[in-house]
Design a protein around this ligand. Structure first.
Ligand code: FAD
Length: 398
């Protein structure tokens, strides 16, 4: 494993640092102060779009165009996940809530690229090639009674002629009310558990899709986490991800879980970024009140710094394995379980070190303390990661 960060990635991180310092953090602090998501028409989003953000990596006919054979291109391909983890960490350092609020296809992009038909990519990804305005999409898995146990999903899909009819309720879905389309996980037959699940594109404005309610949450207020309902919501037959072949072969659950597996090191990198921000706030505070001479203070700071480095290495290792197309189930879970814990410890250490200054509730450290908790919850809680690792350790099926 090569620990060198190449010049391109260093430059990308520098650019993120500028954007983070000058825009993302102020926008995130404002959203937190007002206790509401960044509005859809906020000029921040328009500036991101003008800068070329919010685009899909899909291009029509990409397969046929073939990959570039140059060594530099090959190295970039190999480092793709590692590079994106380093960038994500830097983004989260400045504001993790703002990162999720950023326009783009987001979580479902990997599913659509892996399993979508060419017609589906054309229809649902084309508007994201060069978006004319900020556009979002999202993935809706969680339900009021199906979180960790994703196999328990109760939203149903029933075939009716040229349509599918969806019924159910989803909750805590990032960016749902502002999304052009939602990739909804539903079951064709609840008795079949995971094997009965498929994913469906549901376009905004489809009759029956509604009841959007932005959830109250302790942190990450810059983006919306939204519940909604599907009531006799009719979508065209072609909106089944992967098309008719998918209906027979199944795989809807596996594809979605693959997205979550791939997302675990990303969530871990977010936790490291938030933890690093907490460490820097703590250092700055201790310096400002002349407490760096106290060995007890130095010990706490050093311990947090050391654990954050360890968590980052686990993240990068999981990313490196993904880039080299090697199994990384254990490493992805380990990176998330460790980084979320370490991120929480770093922010908690900051709260203790700052004492009353942190507890007043108007210092960044207190926001980081609230923001980081979700890293332990989303895309598989810490307990679930430990269940996965334990089963792998003793050779039980996943
Ligand atoms: C900020 C935020 C954003 C989110 N964004 C999205 C999104 O965009 N899309 C989406 O689909 N979902 C999203 N979610 C939902 C998230 O994925 C779920 O909250 C998560 O999967 C946990 O489910 P749950 O909340 O129902 O908890 P439960 O599954 O009810 O778990 C409750 C507790 O029991 C523990 N537990 C459960 N089962 C086991 C077990 N077998 N062994 C040991 N312990 C167990 C859990 O670890 C947890 O501590 C989001 C959640 C949050 C907080």
């Amino acid at each position: 494993m090569d620990f060198e960060i190449d010049a391109d990635t260093r430059e990308a991180i520098e650019q993120i640092r500028d954007l983070g310092r000058n825009e993302a953090r102020p926008v995130g602090l404002e959203a937190d102060r007002l206790g509401r998501p960044i509005p859809v028409d906020d000029p921040y989003f328009a500036r991101l779009i003008a800068r070329g953000e919010g685009r899909t990596r899909w291009r029509p006919g990409a397969k046929e165009q073939g990959a570039s054979s140059s060594r530099a291109a090959e190295k970039r391909r190999l480092d793709r996940t590692v590079r994106s983890l380093l960038c994500v960490e830097e983004l989260a350092y400045w504001d993790r809530g703002v990162v999720v609020a950023t326009p783009g296809v987001g979580l479902p992009e990997a599913n659509v690229l892996a399993s979508g038909t060419e017609a589906q990519k054309e229809q649902f990804l084309t508007p994201f090639i060069e978006p004319d305005r900020p556009r979002w999409a999202c993935l809706a898995m969680t339900e009021p009674s199906a979180g960790s146990d994703a196999a328990a999903i109760a939203t149903t899909a029933r075939r009716d002629g040229d349509h599918w009819i969806l019924n159910g309720a989803k909750c805590f879905i990032g960016n749902a009310s502002r999304s052009d389309w939602i990739l909804v996980q539903a079951t064709l037959d609840p008795a079949k558990g995971r094997a009965g699940q498929r994913s469906f594109f549901v376009e905004q404005g489809t009759p029956g899709l509604g009841g959007f309610r932005i959830e109250k949450k302790m942190g990450l207020k810059a983006y919306e986490s939204t519940s909604f309902t599907l009531q006799d919501c009719r979508v065209p037959a072609g909106n089944l991800l992967g098309g008719e072949a998918r209906k027979k072969s199944g795989g809807g659950f596996k594809t979605t879980m693959r997205t979550f597996n791939a997302g675990r090191p990303v969530v871990a990198a977010n936790a490291v970024g938030i933890g690093r921000a907490a460490l820097d706030e703590s250092l700055a505070f201790a310096r400002s009140c002349d407490r760096l001479g106290d060995p007890r203070v130095r010990d706490r700071l050093e311990r947090a710094a050391r654990k954050l480095k360890k968590a980052r290495l686990l993240c990068l290792r999981a990313g490196w394995l993904a880039d080299h197309e090697r199994p990384n189930i254990v490493e992805a879970s380990m990176s998330k379980a460790v980084a979320a814990e370490v991120g929480q410890q770093a922010t908690s250490m900051g709260m203790e070190l700052l004492g009353a200054v942190g507890a007043r509730g108007d210092h960044l450290i207190e926001k980081l303390y609230r923001d980081v908790k979700a890293m332990d919850i989303v895309e598989g809680t810490g307990q679930i990661q430990r269940v996965i690792m334990g089963r792998q350790l003793v050779g039980l099926p996943r």
